[in-house]
Design a protein around this ligand. Structure first.
Ligand code: MN
Length: 287
């Protein structure tokens, strides 16, 4: 099932070119008071929500996909975990271009480990990217994004996929420069998730998904998740050995070769096999 958040926090199920409004399925979610839970409420209750979505779908009204505004399919991830240099050809590309690395940053993922992006950097496909620091290079990175479905601690790779709620496309927008990744990759709107969540029953094997990114209709990145150095099960094992993963936590798995600069006015089209495609407009941030 393809689940989206759209317009004014509506819940939708996507079928073909239509979005069915199944927001009624949200009514059973517990009302939260202070303090808020450390997990995303919708994802933590996803099995029950999906049952109710099925029930609501029969009488749901629909709208063309082209007429809705798509928000991030996860509203409140506790953390956004990111994998640096997780494709061999991208590692080579980085090592060959002084624009792309500084001495403190470059090494393979087994040495570099993972980093976190601010959850305030999250945006949906229709919200677009708002670039800051325009005097510096701002690059696109397209990545498979994994949404964790249940609490995970010290999970082995053999069981790791049992903890996945679903998948979406992730864009890890990056200001190049000497600072820590978490700073350069965390401005508002620098993590785009979308266009919707594809539940994990539709993607049994996340290790052979073709994907691409076009900018202004020119192909910039094209690869397959079979080229990941650490695949999805290994990333979950690695991450959950350092910290607890909660429902709604997002892992963006790393980008392949072909990263390149973005300018205000650009249009990105990202596509991942079995997920779909999303168009994301690039703007300048308001000063
Ligand atoms: Mn990245």
């Amino acid at each position: 099932m393809k689940i989206c958040r759209f317009d004014n926090n509506r819940l939708g199920v996507v079928e073909g070119d239509l979005v069915y409004d199944v927001s009624a399925a949200l009514d059973f979610l517990p009302r939260c008071g202070y303090p808020l839970p450390q997990y995303d409420l919708l994802i933590a209750n996803l099995p029950k929500v999906l049952e109710l979505v099925d029930a609501a779908r029969a009488t749901a009204s629909s709208k063309p996909l082209s007429q809705v505004s798509l928000l991030s399919p996860v509203a409140n991830p506790g953390k956004i975990i990111a994998a640096p240099v997780n494709y061999q050809k991208h590692l080579k590309e980085v090592l060959g271009d002084p624009n792309l690395h500084h001495d403190n940053q470059i090494s393979n993922i087994q040495r570099a480990g993972l980093f976190l992006k601010a959850s305030s950097s999250l945006a949906g496909a229709s919200e677009g990217v708002r670039l800051r620091k325009l005097e510096r290079r701002n690059d696109h990175e397209v990545e498979l994004a994994v949404v964790i479905g249940k609490q995970a601690k010290n999970v082995t790779r053999a069981h790791a996929l049992d903890y996945v709620a679903g998948y979406c496309i992730g864009l890890d927008i990056t200001i190049r420069g000497p600072e820590e990744r978490s700073l350069r990759k965390s401005p508002d709107s620098y993590t785009v998730l979308g266009p919707w969540l594809v539940t994990s029953d539709e993607i049994r094997n996340p290790s052979s998904l073709g994907f691409s990114l076009r900018v202004n209709d020119e192909i910039r990145q094209q690869s397959n998740t079979s080229d990941l150095i650490l695949g999805v099960p290994e990333l979950i094992e690695f991450a959950s050995s350092f910290y607890t993963l909660h429902p709604g936590d997002v892992i963006i798995t790393g980008t392949p070769e072909g990263v390149g600069p973005l300018q205000p006015g650009d249009v990105m089209d990202a596509d991942i096999e079995k997920i779909g495609s999303m168009r994301v407009n690039v703007h300048a941030a308001e000063s």
